[in-house]
Write a protein that binds this ligand. Structure first.
Ligand code: BES
Ligand code: ZN
Ligand code: ZN
Length: 502
């Protein structure tokens, strides 16, 4: 699908359908809505007067124009209460409209962005509309051999603006949104693929394909290279599986050569069975999504390179599966990490922190401005914050603030949990420097405290995406399934980067 921008109005030609957002109980039509209404002999005013459409958020009504304007349909969409409208609702609104139009088996529509939203700058409006449309239309279908309900795709969306100045703002904003949404699609695809199609080797190959797209260097370490370095907590996890692990390192150099890079690290457990501490069968299939953090990092690197951001960024994905094979690590094993610190493995299902520990240590070689990891790390995070929220824990206030700002700008909600050092007692081991789990209390915090032991003095922030990575219920512009969470937050963070170490 392509989003075009065009100088003109919704009345200029046949777009198949035009989308008009309207506030709840809005009787004063403005801009495009007013122009369309008068061209259609007051049809929208009549609809509003009938009470059939009240403008409640995401409510819709479809009008047939009968030739009064070139397009044959008008889709009116509720914006809800004027004082509650924001950019996140705008994403959802255009997503819902696009989904509705696709459901009607229509392949094109148009919209204008001249509605009365004084608090949202036009570039953000254009980005949000484009993101909402593209992200909401995502479907993962490669394994559906017969699905006739799903055969319509929207081919073209046109955003019109009747003055050149607005068009000059809208066009680059839409182009940026397309790049970012394309990266979110990549992340969702990587996660949606079942494990048999997404082993560590395949994930590394996908990363290589991304790097071949340009502006990115990549290095993939295999078992021997990792062993030589001493990545024994990572290899401890990999030992239970026949599938060889991969350690993916992608580099983008868009900033000055002396500028310290931001290192992003994504958990890449391509399947988490729990290992010897095996998980119950119910919902175990969801654990194909345990590489969602890694997918977000690879996709972010793709977007950063395509956008040519003026930053230096490193993306690291420790990729392996966690299986209870004959050579698997066992509860009680003690592993020596790349940092030299030793870890007593109490529960082999707490494998994410073991692979991240070595990846975070490896990141030190880049002398980073900051290290940010993203991981489906703890079920406890879902209990604490629910399905839709990223748990955020970090050592540096400015970095946390920057992440939080990016989270607010993108609607990828992050909420800070405390890194209370008193809780470190919970992961003290009698036999080694630490153990890999605490008790059930504060599971997300003890997991983060474990990771912190490997961050050194670098500003570090940890994002636990166990909740939002895989949705079992759709959100307005995120269909059910893999969400691609993290990509938009990271791109926004790197765009606005002004945090520590610079
Ligand atoms: N990948 C899981 C965490 C997870 C759970 C992600 C549910 C998404 C949905 C992680 O490796 C894990 O198993 N964590 C354990 C830690 C425990 C053993 C301390 C958990 O959360 O139960
Ligand atoms: Zn696990
Ligand atoms: Zn896991």
């Amino acid at each position: 699908m392509k989003i075009h921008t065009e100088r003109g109005t919704l009345l200029d030609r046949d777009f198949q359908a035009v989308v008009l957002p309207l506030y709840e109980k809005d009787t004063e039509l403005a801009g495009s809505a007013r122009a369309v209404d008068s061209a259609c002999g007051g049809a929208i005013g009549t609809l509003l007067a009938s009470g059939d459409f009240t403008g409640k958020l995401f409510d819709m009504a479809l009008l047939y124009t009968g030739g009064s304007i070139p397009s044959s349909r008008i889709l009116v969409v509720g914006m809800g209460k004027r004082e509650e409208f924001d950019v996140e609702k705008l994403r959802g609104l255009f997503s819902k409209a696009a989904q509705k139009i696709r459901g009607l088996h229509i392949t094109a529509f148009a919209l204008a962005l001249d509605g009365d939203t004084p608090d949202i700058p036009l570039d953000r409006k254009a980005m949000a509309a484009a993101e909402g449309i593209i992200l909401g239309l995502y479907r993962f279908t490669p394994f559906k051999t017969a699905d006739t309900d799903n055969d319509t795709e929207i081919e073209s969306v046109t955003i019109v603006a009747d003055d050149a100045a607005s068009l000059d703002v809208i066009t680059p904003a839409v182009a940026e949104a397309e790049i970012i949404a394309d990266a979110v699609y990549l992340a969702r695809d990587l996660v949606s693929n079942p494990y048999n199609e997404m082993t560590p080797t395949i994930l590394a190959e996908r990363a290589e394909e991304v790097a071949a797209g340009g502006n990115l260097d990549i290095e993939v370490l295999d078992w021997d290279a990792m062993e030589k370095l001493g990545m024994n907590t990572l290899l401890g996890v990999a030992r239970g599986s026949k599938a060889p692990p991969r350690f993916i390192v992608m580099q983008y150099r868009g900033g000055a050569p002396e500028e310290k890079p931001v290192v992003l690290i994504g958990k890449g457990i391509t399947f988490d069975s729990g290992g010897i501490s095996i998980k119950p069968s119910a919902k175990m299939e969801d654990m194909k999504s345990d590489m969602s953090g890694g997918a977000a990092v690879i996709a972010t690197m793709k977007a950063v390179a395509a956008l040519k951001l003026p930053r230096n960024v490193v993306g690291i994905v420790p990729a392996t599966e966690n299986l209870p094979g004959g050579n698997a690590m066992k509860p009680g094993d003690i592993l020596k990490s790349l940092s030299g610190q030793t870890v007593e493995v109490i529960n082999t299902d707490a494998e994410g922190r073991l692979v991240l520990a070595d990846a975070i240590t490896y990141a030190h070689r880049f002398e980073p401005a900051a290290i940010i990891d993203i991981a489906t790390l703890t079920g406890a995070c879902i209990i604490a914050l629910g399905d839709n929220v990223i748990g955020m824990l970090g050592t540096d206030e400015a970095l946390n603030r920057a992440v939080k700002d990016a989270s607010e700008a993108t609607g990828e909600q992050a909420w800070e949990l405390p890194l209370w050092h008193e809780y470190e007692d919970l992961i003290k081991s009698d036999a080694a420097d630490m153990k890999n789990v605490g008790n059930r209390a504060a599971g997300t915090i003890t997991a983060a405290l474990f990771l912190k032991k490997f961050a050194g003095d670098y500003p570090w922030c940890h994002l636990d995406i166990a909740g939002p990575a895989l949705l079992d219920k759709e959100k307005p512009y995120i269909p059910k399934g893999a969400s691609g969470v993290g990509v938009r937050l990271f791109v926004q963070l790197l765009k606005e980067w002004n945090a520590p170490g610079q």
